[in-house]
Design a protein around this ligand. Structure first.
Ligand code: MGD
Ligand code: MGD
Ligand code: SF4
Ligand code: MO
Length: 820
């Protein structure tokens, strides 16, 4: 089949295995961290060693797994030797944390792939041939090129591409540029800010457009039914799993809906195998079943959802201003400084038998169409009902491969055995059609009253702890340039344009994301990167992205820098003490940008100490009033986010327009706008098949297997890719294939196989199992190119995106598997 060549350079598989072996031995010898076999002896030696001088500092496991576990790190003779879980104080002590990846962080500090010095490429791009250079030379090259690019092609000739490596306010990349290091430089120059494609279906639709929020995970103990739907909390959110276990001890039912029999599935009362990418159809069928069988929570639909709003022909809401009543001024919006405009949405008041503005209606109708002044308007609920009625249980069963009786039973449980806590994350978000799932889920919750109550939730993102107040202006030294999903890079490089913006990229800077390993369609992204004059990568490790750069800059591990994350998954934002001196010649991102901007004659944008910058970010009026400042963080003690109040732990939906549960998007706006048409169905609960991975795709004659992937317990994406103790547990990538599919291809347990399609291929060992649906294969992400026999997981995926939410569709591919 495919002629595609795997372009991975750098370490060969053999040299990789040799290196990790050597490092495992070396780290065990110096005691920087015990390998599994060494743990017992380490225990015996511990008593003696305790006598030696030790110190500890506070840090955080920075792996973007979502838990953000606070760590107490023990230092002996200048080396991190141990971490233990820090316990949250007082009433938050129940939030228990830490997994093997956190315990292994001391080894990650000393990993074999740590970048040590600035490097300059000497061979072909990607060939892995480097020369060590001085910082000054590296920064001279970059500053020279940037100055010319800015003068000749303007701000958008520079691009900064990040993902979710760190949210640190000094060195991280929240929103691509919400840090001192990158925000100040990008806003001063007008550079293009390239962001991730991962997770953006959920972020854009569920959070941004629908504004739906999840409950504190701890609230799962109040659920009567928990559905892990496209999520695997037992391995991917260990901080949520403890509450699932507690709920089960109290008698809650646990249901897992997943093409793979995961660790969460193993603990479930019911496991439902579903064809990947088809959940949306099942959700609509469940909704229809609930409606047809009179299981709708009518009172909730009336009081707390958008159901009664009347919809005009163009899909927007009918408002009082449509009857000639001018909007009135409301309170001033603190963000814009402008007064809000009040123009109430209209409903049909059954008590009066007439139209009424929502606040005045006594009994708003949720169903029906109503003639007002000669025009007929339907309610939101009626519009949605009419729109989804074709999705019968029988039809969905054919699409999803789930028996009709199971779909009916799920619908009945959802409607009658609440509160239902749906724990979902990216299993529902990583196909090209998956953003619809979040509208459909919200509709199910609206129908049954399963959101905004203790034990009832529809989000994997617990909102209550989202952000401590911070001052965005601290990150800005001008205005941000275009903000675009990095997955559009191939298009931008080819057309030198994105929408109305001219973008002639001369310099691309990759930071806080291993994008050429973690974004889908790696081979196409690499081709685009190769066309850019100067590619810089600032990272902790020599990873797949660094391999394709011209200049590589080493940054410190989290233990070697001070920083604060405004994002939390508890009431306590992450604080990192600088507990170790940076190894080798590593410099923090903010130090790098400070030096670079000095060379470019714009040093004044960083003319403050890191600590003063952190004061600018965190000493906001709200925080000060609550007695919270940077200097409190700097003590290393837990600082409580003043926005976290007990009453916020379960977001509520109320009667006013803005506080109702939304499952309809009045004005759908794309995440990245380039003049594309927005289909009407973007407003509504909807189902369309995936881009590539769907059963009726004619391409299945060549590539019959539906691809899939997961976040497994031995990976936080590509971090810890070579950490010895982790790789002892999971030495290499393996593709999971159902026993029947393996047998049909003469594949036995542990055989080397080649998974391939028209995008590329990967050669890995087969994990033959009954724990995955027949017809589906799953290949882990996070391993680096050198760890595959050939190819890469991401070579099987593709750059196709849904242009509405611009999401990487990692799980949306077909392939065939053959013995290698
Ligand atoms: N096939 C497949 N692909 C997937 C997924 C999947 O399930 N399957 N999951 C996707 C998901 S959900 C996500 S969120 C993405 C994650 O994608 P990424 O965010 O790209 O993943 P990481 O491997 O964590 O890369 C973060 C990088 O930031 C670096 N870093 C950490 N701290 C700093 C710092 O202070 N400064 C700088 N400059 N760098 C730093 C780390 O060393 C690391 O290389 O992957 C996605 N890719
Ligand atoms: N250990 C570990 N934990 C992590 C991470 C990590 O890398 N490692 N990454 C963190 C990040 S950034 C994220 S986004 C979360 C993601 O955390 P999860 O919610 O666990 O997301 P996934 O692993 O993408 O998917 C979970 C399950 O969805 C299933 N699935 C795939 N496609 C479908 C589908 O179409 N329908 C259904 N119903 N299920 C499907 C997969 O088989 C998988 O078992 O994990 C976070 N936690
Ligand atoms: S990987 Fe996640 S759960 Fe594990 S220690 Fe780190 S932050 Fe905690
Ligand atoms: Mo993610």
């Amino acid at each position: 089949m495919s002629e595609t060549k795997s372009p991975h350079g750098g370490l060969t598989r053999r040299s990789f295995l040799k290196t990790t072996g050597a490092v495992a031995a070396a780290t065990a010898a110096v005691g920087s961290g015990a390998t599994l076999v060494g743990l017992a002896e380490a225990g015996e030696a511990a008593a003696d060693e305790a006598a030696q001088a030790e110190s500890t500092f506070r840090s955080q496991c920075r792996g973007n797994c979502g838990s953000r576990c606070p760590l107490k790190v023990t230092v002996r003779e200048g080396r991190a030797v141990k971490v233990t879980a820090m316990e949250y104080p007082g009433e938050d002590a129940h939030r228990r944390r830490l997994c093997v990846k956190g315990f292994s962080q001391p080894q990650r500090v000393y990993d074999a792939d740590r970048l040590k010095y600035p490097l300059k490429r000497v061979g072909e791009r990607g060939a892995g041939e480097w020369e060590r250079i001085e910082w000054d030379e590296a920064l001279e090259i970059i500053a020279g090129k940037m100055k010319t690019a800015l003068a000749e092609h303007g701000g958008t000739s520079l691009g900064f591409w990040s993902s979710y490596g760190s949210y640190g306010s000094l060195n991280g990349a929240m929103g691509g540029f919400m840090s001192i290091a990158y925000g100040r430089f990008c806003t001063a120059t007008g550079a293009v800010i390239f962001g991730a494609g991962a997770d953006t279906a959920q972020q854009h639709v569920q959070s941004t457009l629908l504004g739906n929020k999840g409950n504190d995970f701890a609230d799962a103990v109040n659920a009567k039914t928990i559905i892990t739907w496209g999520g695997n909390p037992a391995e991917a959110y260990v901080h949520a799993w403890q509450y699932v276990c507690q709920a089960r001890e109290k008698g809650a039912k646990l249901i897992t809906i997943d093409p793979q029999f995961t660790a969460s599935a193993a603990h479930s009362d019911t496991y439902v195998a579903i064809t990947p990418g088809t959940d949306g159809a099942m959700m609509l069928a469940m909704a229809n079943y609930i409606i047809e069988n009179d299981l709708v929570d009518v009172a909730y639909m009336k009081s707390s959802t958008v159901s009664p709003f009347l919809v005009k022909e163009d899909g927007t809401y009918l408002r009082l201003s449509d009857f000639g009543v001018a909007p009135t001024e409301g309170p001033v919006n603190p963000q814009t400084g402008q007064p809000t405009m009040i123009d109430p949405v209209m409903v049909w008041d059954e008590a009066a038998g007439d139209k009424a503005p929502l606040p005045k209606a006594v009994d708003p109708a949720i169903e029906g169409s109503f003639e007002i002044d000669g025009t007929t308007y339907r309610t939101v609920y009626q519009t949605v009902k009419d729109h989804i009625k074709d999705y019968t249980v029988a039809k969905a069963s054919g699409i999803c491969g789930v028996p009709e009786s199971t779909i009916e039973e799920l619908a009945r449980i959802y409607a009658t055995e609440g509160p239902v806590y749906v724990m979902t994350f990216q299993g529902l978000g990583h196909h090209a059609n998956s953003h619809h799932n979040y509208k459909n889920l919200a509709f199910l919750a609206a129908l049954t009253g399963n959101a905004g109550k203790p034990g009832a939730a529809i989000c994997g993102n617990p909102a209550p702890f989202s952000m401590i107040p911070y001052n965005t202006k601290a990150f800005m030294a001008g205005m941000p340039g275009p903000r675009i999903c990095g997955m559009y890079l191939p298009e931008i490089v080819a057309n030198k344009k994105f929408g109305k913006d001219d973008i002639d990229l001369q310099v691309l800077w990759i930071h806080n994301g291993n994008v050429l390993s973690c974004e889908s369609g790696r081979l196409d992204l690499i081709e685009a990167v190769k066309k850019i004059d100067l590619v810089v990568c600032a990272d902790v490790n020599m990873n797949d992205s660094a391999q394709w750069a011209d200049i590589v800059l080493p940054v410190p591990h989290a233990f070697e820098m001070e920083d604060i994350d405004p994002v939390g998954s508890t009431p306590f934002p992450a604080y990192y003490e600088k507990g170790l001196e940076p190894l080798y010649e590593c410099k923090t991102d903010v130090e790098i940008m400070r030096l670079l901007s000095e060379k470019m004659g714009m040093g004044k944008i960083y003319a403050k100490s890191d600590q003063d910058f952190l004061r600018d970010v965190y000493n906001t009026e709200t925080n000060k009033k609550a007695g919270v400042s940077y200097d409190d963080f700097a003590t290393g003690e837990f600082v409580r986010n003043p926005m976290t109040k007990p009453e916020n732990l379960v977001p509520t939906y109320g009667p006013s327009e803005g506080t109702r549960l939304k499952y309809y998007i009045e004005k759908p706006t794309p995440r990245n706008s380039f003049g594309q048409e927005i289909a009407d169905f973007e407003k509504l609960p909807y189902y369309e098949h995936a881009n590539e991975a769907y059963l009726d795709n004619p391409l299945r004659e060549k590539y019959p297997l539906l691809g899939c992937s997961e976040h497994n317990k031995y990976h936080v994406h590509s971090q810890l890719a070579v950490t010895p103790v982790i790789r002892e547990l999971e030495p290499e990538p393996m593709i999971k294939i159902n026993a029947a599919d393996a047998a049909a291809r003469g594949i036995e347990q542990g055989d080397l196989v080649r998974a391939y399609n028209d995008h590329g291929y990967a050669v890995v060992k087969a994990l033959v199992t009954e724990g995955i649906m027949p017809g589906v294969v799953s290949i882990p992400h996070g391993f680096q190119a050198a760890q595959y026999v050939e190819g890469h997981t991401q070579d099987l995926t593709n750059v196709f995106m849904n242009d509405f939410c611009s999401n990487s569709a990692f799980y949306d591919f077909l392939c065939e598997v053959e013995k290698y």
